[in-house]
Design a binder for this molecule. Structure first.
Ligand SMILES: [Zn+2]
Length: 262
């Protein structure tokens, strides 16, 4: 066994089930504690994602969301409680995460992610997890994370279907980005929203927990990254599938001769 760097007795007890894993150990746990992760959206995906990241001891967790808690959120956004309705989502999330793990620093950003603030916000973090619900944010994160060389773990859910991948196209030719799959964002009305089409509550839990797993893997550098693969989950069929994604030479973000982003 290696030594346990900079871990208190309390931390050794709290994170014992991680530390005993050879792939994590004391050094890996110290790395999780030192990590800074930004979660975009404190909604369906963000709820389990934030809870597992906090429990895992990710030392700095940023959460960005401009919305407040609505009664219709509670069917899947399990970080919020009935008594939180009307409260800012980032404040509700901050309180919940503090209850899970008071040792971590939660930074609430009660604003919308825009072209104007994205670089400034993202620059402070090591890994970004996208649990947003719209294409504009999804593509903005893809482009800004590429420019700033940040790993992006991105998931999406609708009805009974979920998908997840990791983007770090800056890392080399074998790593594609979101625009390598779909070069331009579809218009917002081309695909229905969860509000219009519905979403199974527990599906958010499945995909959000997968996202937390991938964030932890990326921080620790263990296992096989989802970069280059899109994993698809069909809740009704009870099946997982995966698609290989290749980098496009003409990708507007990460290609050899990137044009203006659409
Ligand atoms: Zn690309």
């Amino acid at each position: 066994m290696t030594s346990l760097p900079d871990l208190s007795e309390t931390q050794i007890r709290r994170y014992a089930r991680h530390i005993v894993l050879p792939e994590v150990g004391g050094i890996g746990q110290a790395r999780l504690i030192a990590a800074k992760v930004l979660v975009v959206g404190a909604g369906g995906l963000g709820a389990p994602l934030l809870q597992y990241l906090a429990a895992a001891g990710i030392g700095t967790i940023g959460v960005i969301d401009h919305d407040s808690v609505d009664l219709s959120n509670l069917q899947r956004q399990v970080i919020h409680r009935t008594g939180d309705v009307g409260m800012s989502k980032v404040e509700s999330a901050r309180r919940a995460l503090h209850d899970i793990n008071p040792e971590i620093d939660v930074r609430p950003h009660a604003e919308r992610l825009t072209e104007g603030n994205a670089e400034h916000l993202i620059a402070e973090y090591d890994v970004v997890a996208d649990g947003s619900d719209n294409f504009a944010t999804r593509y903005l994160l893809n482009d800004v994370c590429f420019r700033l060389r940040k790993t992006l773990v991105s998931a999406a859910i609708l009805r009974f279907d979920g998908q997840i991948s990791t983007y770090k196209a800056w890392a080399g030719p074998e790593h594609p980005c979101l625009r390598c799959i779909f070069p331009a964002a579809p218009s917002e009305d081309a695909v229905p929203s969860c509000a219009q089409a519905g979403v199974l509550g527990a599906l958010a839990g499945t995909l959000g927990a997968l996202q937390a797993t991938e964030v932890v893997k990326e921080v620790l550098g263990i296992g096989r990254s989802l970069s280059g693969r899109l994993v698809l989950y069909d809740a009704l069929g009870g099946t997982f599938d995966e698609m290989t994604i290749a980098k496009r030479g003409d990708c507007p973000t990460c290609g050899d001769s990137p044009g203006p982003a659409a």
